[in-house]
Design a protein. Sequence first.
Length: 152
Amino acid sequence: MRQGKFEVTVDECFEQVMRACAAPRRDEGPAEAWISEEMIDVYTQLHGLGHAHSVEAWSAGGGERRLAGGIYGVSIGAAFFAESMFCRPELGGTDASKVCLVELAQRLRRVGYQLLDVQMANAHTRRFGVVEIDRETFLLRLAEAICGSASI
């Protein structure tokens, strides 16, 4: 983030971010994506209604602006549910998904979100302050957050 390597935008190309998240990763080989066409259609509709959002990181290699990474998710009240993220190292996108996650968290905090659910606490997400909470605590925080009001 401090290097200013990427131009970061919000909701500029939601469907493109979803499709990039659905694409098989180079190191995994061919696999069936869990993000189906039906999901892309529904989430794109949610985006059109203002309930789903994306954060994009763009690189400008060779003077051409290219989508290097991104994250998307769904917003309900003051809760945001991050669904998936991607980066494209081959397009200069090393660390682009990390930049998007940090930008998302900072933006949500600024506008009053109470909960950011990243689904999994792992070494990657813990580096950015993610903590795992028990189910009971999550449900209490969730109930409070979805009754809140915030806008990305």
